[in-house]
Design a protein around this ligand. Structure first.
Ligand code: ADP
Ligand code: MG
Length: 332
């Protein structure tokens, strides 16, 4: 493979900043170990782009810091950001305008992937099954919607922001009082929330790699220590992750098929991971993550290893897929 100049974007302003810094530094090491000219660009909590070798002058605007940080001019930007303003199409749009190739999904797929409600509308259109839920918007009465959800789905209920990741602010409870105050908190940072039927099944996730069509990787089974895969258990090593998942061959194939349909339905590129719950012989698609965690211990790299890709090969492959996607888009 050719050697490229790669700017690795990490950090950012979302609740998943720390996870991104961990992903980004491992991505950087992997690219350096393969002989690429890679350098880190950290997005600060204020949104400024920081390149250690070309620090931005005092009082720089964000746009000035962006121009300043992308030196030397990269052949491609590796977007190792998670959550809003990173995984949601906004950074991808900036790079499109700047004419700089980048890894992973484009503007539309990234934006859809970050919006659980809108991506589910598309998944349903493609015949995929998603958990039953009620959408809660700013102007709605939380109490009324909770009563409605209780009547339709019973208790406990799952609540989550429409547009976060890493299980941030996800809660499962049978106490309407608790759910109500948690929803108030969610709506103070997020424009919409989902109130969802609790599915006490087996949690599985399917990573994918490729452009169109993508290759589904082996299914991973997730066994969190508590009630669900919350923020802490995602990152403290307490969750059991079994790959390949201990499910029947036909269920695993079905899960992989669903992941491919979901990836193509949103128009994803490069890599992604589809989260699901297998409950009473049905596979429910929770969401697709367009930039899943990329540390060596993260789910996608783990599954890739089972399929025979070492971490640094996987990272290099994502770069290659980004360039292929960019070139084909700009040829037509
Ligand atoms: N309907 C549900 N039933 C049971 N557990 C759920 C449900 N929805 C989410 N969870 C739990 O919460 C976690 C995070 O939910 P998810 O929809 O994937 O949001 P996030 O974007 O924060 O990862 C899941 O990995 C799972 O453990
Ligand atoms: Mg998830």
């Amino acid at each position: 493979m050719n050697k490229y100049t790669v700017a690795v974007l990490m950090g950012g302003q979302s609740g998943e900043r720390e996870v991104s810094l961990a992903s980004g530094s491992m991505v950087l090491d992997a690219l350096l170990s393969k002989g690429h000219r890679a350098y880190a660009v950290e997005i600060t909590e204020q949104g400024l782009w920081w390149n250690r070798d070309h620090p931005f002058p005092e009082n720089s605007t964000i746009l000035e810091s962006v121009a300043n940080a992308l030196k030397p001019r990269p052949d491609i930007v590796f977007v190792a950001l998670h959550g809003p303003k990173g995984e949601d199409g906004t950074v991808q749009g900036l790079l499109e305008i700047a004419g700089i190739p980048y890894t992973g999904s484009g503007v539309l797929a990234s934006a859809l992937g970050m919006d659980k409600h809108r991506s589910r509308l598309i998944f349903k259109e493609h015949g995929l099954v998603v958990p039953p839920y009620i959408l809660l918007e700013q102007e709605d009465s939380i109490e009324e919607k909770l009563e409605q959800a209780k009547g339709r789905f019973g208790l406990p209920l799952v609540i989550k922001p429409n547009d976060s990741g890493s299980s941030l602010m996800v809660a499962i409870s049978s106490s309407l009082e608790q759910l109500e105050s948690a929803l108030e908190e969610i709506l103070s940072i997020s424009s919409k929330a989902l109130i969802e039927k609790y599915l006490p099944g087996k949690e599985i996730t399917v990573p994918l790699i490729g452009n169109d069509p993508p290759q589904p990787l082996p299914v991973i089974e997730i066994i969190p220590p508590g009630l669900f895969f919350d923020y802490q258990s995602k990152y403290d090593g307490s969750t059991k992750e079994i790959c390949p998942a201990r499910i029947k061959e036909e269920v695993a194939s079905k899960a992989q098929e669903i992941a491919v349909v979901a990836f193509q339905a949103l128009g994803c590129r490069g890599f992604a991971r589809a989260d699901m719950i297998y409950f009473e012989e049905e596979i429910y698609l929770l969401e697709i993550n367009t930039i899943p965690g990329l540390t060596k211990e993260s789910l996608l790299p783990k599954s890739a290893r089972v399929a025979g890709f070492e971490f640094s090969d996987l990272i290099e492959k994502i770069v290659e897929l980004g360039l292929i996607s960019w070139n084909s888009k700009n040829d037509t």
